[in-house]
Design a protein around this ligand. Structure first.
Ligand code: NI
Length: 135
């Protein structure tokens, strides 16, 4: 992997919603980007916290007894063992930091669930038109 990475450019290169992609790794964790719209699924991660950094747009993290509203630049950690469900009314780009053992939707399997091999597929960053023209 490259030594300098732009999470925003990587996230902008995403074509699928709810399909996180690994952009870096450190020790026992992965850094991922994802493009979100709509809702994922209620789930929890029994042994792992899950960090969300909002790169673009807004995200609501729904919990059983409250909602956390996140906007661009906000960082939020979903505590381990806590049922949660992310909701994006409009398209939203996020960066995630998760342990390598973290399953996308915990013990829940849905058609949106992506396993780690899918998350490790190579992602091409988006290049602006000007960058293309300069090549
Ligand atoms: Ni989660």
């Amino acid at each position: 992997m490259k030594s300098v990475i732009s999470p925003m450019k990587m996230a902008s290169g995403l074509t699928e919603f709810w399909s996180p992609r690994v952009i870096a790794e450190l020790d026992d964790s992965y850094v991922k980007v994802a493009k979100l719209k709509g809702t994922l699924a209620w789930h929890d991660h029994e042994n792992e916290d899950e960090l969300f950094l909002i790169l673009k747009g807004e995200l609501t993290m729904e919990y059983q007894n409250r909602q956390v509203r996140l906007k661009q630049g906000d960082l939020h950690v979903v505590p381990k063992g806590t049922l949660h469900n992310p909701i994006a009314d409009k398209e939203c780009l996020v960066m995630l930091i998760e342990r390598k053992s973290t399953l996308h939707t915990g013990d829940v399997q849905t058609e949106k669930t992506r396993d780690i091999s899918e998350q490790l597929r190579v992602l091409e960053p988006q290049h602006s038109e000007t960058e293309k023209d300069m090549k």
